[in-house]
Design a protein. Structure first.
Lengths: 118, 111
């Protein structure tokens, strides 16, 4: 059973960079697409971007080049960096696996709350 | 880009049937796969329908998906409602650049 676990700081200061890691167990990141999705408290879901295990990426254009998603094959994890954060970036951040066979996000982490505040 | 519009909330009694709509603003609803996610309070979302009407293993057949070209919308129908179905439901599709688009979510109350 594939399991995903997000980790990183729960508090980030405005204008700084948010950095999160998603550790994958029970399976390899090889051969799959991986994604980050966020959800402000009490609000809806917002897709941040996709990453293929080779490192190719596709991002939500509304986030204006701020996110970077990258793999670390040796550690079987992948990461999210989001630059120049503001209070609007306060959210639960979920890492997910995307199944091209099912065309859906088939595995999700439990989510991590990141608050942007000074 | 297009928007997926869902009702903010729906409510129905246990044992009844409820349908949640997801209307695409521009472009054909059938041109890109539609998925439906269930998110119970305090939990991560899970897929209940993928590729318009496919059910993942483990999802009961009380959940069904469909699309209607005339209204340019997708629908999630839950029959034989149970209290455990009370959750937020999100539809999701893609644009022509494979960007993921979510609907705003619908809160289902089973009362």
């Amino acid at each position: 059973q594939v399991q995903l676990q997000e980790s990183g700081p729960g508090l980030v200061r405005p204008s700084e960079t948010l950095s999160l890691t998603c550790s994958v167990s029970g399976g390899s990141i090889n051969g799959y697409y991986w994604s980050w999705i966020r959800q402000p408290p009490g609000k809806g879901l917002e897709w941040i971007g996709f990453m293929y295990y080779t490192g190719s990426t596709n991002y939500n254009p509304s986030l204006r080049s701020r996110p970077t998603i990258s793999p670390d094959i040796s550690k079987n994890h992948f990461s999210l960096r989001l630059t120049s954060v503001t209070a609007a970036d306060t959210a639960f951040y979920y890492c997910t696996r995307y199944s091209t066979a099912l065309h859906t996000f088939d595995y999700w982490g439990q989510g991590i709350l990141v608050t942007v505040s000074s | 880009n297009f928007v997926l519009t869902q009702p903010h909330s729906v409510s129905e009694s246990p044992g009844k049937t409820v349908t949640i709509s997801c209307t695409r603003s521009t472009g054909s609803i059938g041109s890109n796969h539609v998925q439906w996610f269930q998110q119970r309070p305090g939990s991560s979302p899970t897929t209940v329908i993928h590729e318009f009407y496919q059910r993942p293993s483990g999802v009961p057949d009380r959940f069904s998906g469909s699309i209607d070209s005339s209204s340019n919308s997708a629908s999630l129908t839950i029959s034989g409602l149970k209290t455990e179905d009370e959750a937020d439901y999100y539809c999701q599709s893609y644009d022509s650049n494979n960007h993921v688009i979510f609907g705003g979510g619908t809160k289902l109350t089973v009362l």
